[in-house]
Design a protein around this ligand. Structure first.
Ligand code: MN
Ligand code: MN
Length: 268
């Protein structure tokens, strides 16, 4: 069992890793690997730019939606009301009204549905297989390190606010369990078991041999992140290899950063 300062260091590592991957990857989001090579050689520095024309170091929706979720969880805890999905919904609305630099279509649709109908869960939809629920779930993990059942329930609730799809659900729950194991100091071995279980339950996620697609479809995202996390144990190498695939590079970068940052901790 890890000491509290080590758990804190790995939790911070996960969160900073998420933000770093987002800021690094945003520069090359929606580019092809060939375009990235021509423009940057190997893209390895946080220089901003990209299709969103960001200043260097600015993060995108991946990180800012996670921050909105985290604020809602902390506020609920402080108010003594515990997990309150209505509060989370309001936080996503406030995030959206704050004119974020980017907002995915499925996220926008979910927020608009809530504003119109007040419903906290999207109806199941084949179109909800994007990575938008997965990318922002870290705070639901960090808020529930002591209680896995609560972590899984809250992860699913926040996810289905915008994305209600069996593959999104499966990815969100698997990544929540993996991140929790890493932050608690259990190391990468239980993560490999959890990832294998995901691929057994849903063979579409099998990431070996790596198919090489890094799109915002949750299957492509998960394959890219798992392949790079398990191939490169070093934070920087994993990040750089991932974002140089382009496509949804801010999100694949963010998720690899989250896992690799949880594994090594913020100080490392
Ligand atoms: Mn983004
Ligand atoms: Mn993205």
């Amino acid at each position: 069992m890890s000491e509290l300062p080590q758990i804190y260091d790995r939790a911070l590592g996960a969160y900073l890793g998420l933000a770093i991957g987002d800021a690094l990857g945003a520069t090359v989001e929606f580019m092809t690997p060939r375009e990235i090579r021509q423009r940057y050689g190997v893209h390895r520095d946080i220089v901003g730019g990209g299709w969103l024309k960001l200043p260097a170091g600015r993060v995108t929706d991946d990180t800012t939606m996670a921050l909105a979720l985290g604020d809602a969880l902390v506020a609920g805890h402080r108010a003594g009301s515990g997990f309150d999905m209505e509060r989370v919904a309001q936080a996503y609305v406030a995030w959206w009204r704050g004119k974020p630099v980017d907002c995915g279509n499925t996220c926008r649709r979910g927020i608009v549905r809530y504003l119109r109908e007040g419903s906290l869960e999207s109806p199941p939809s084949d179109g909800d297989g994007g990575n938008g629920a997965l990318m922002r779930n870290l705070p639901a993990v960090l808020a529930n390190l002591h209680d896995e059942a609560a972590m899984l329930a809250q992860s699913l609730a926040q996810a289905r606010f915008t994305h209600h799809h069996p593959l999104s659900d499966a990815a969100v729950l698997c990544f929540a369990r993996m991140t929790r194991a890493l932050v608690l100091g259990h190391g990468p071995t239980p993560c490999a078991v959890l990832a294998d279980a995901l691929a057994s339950a849903h063979p579409v996620f099998r990431w070996l041999p790596y198919p090489g697609r890094a799109s915002g479809y949750v299957v492509d995202t998960v394959q890219t992140v798992l392949h790079h996390f398990f191939t490169h144990r070093d934070f920087e190498t994993a990040q750089i290899a991932t974002v140089n695939l382009g496509d949804d590079a801010d999100t694949t970068g963010a998720l690899v950063g989250m896992l690799a940052g949880a594994a090594c901790g913020a100080r490392a």
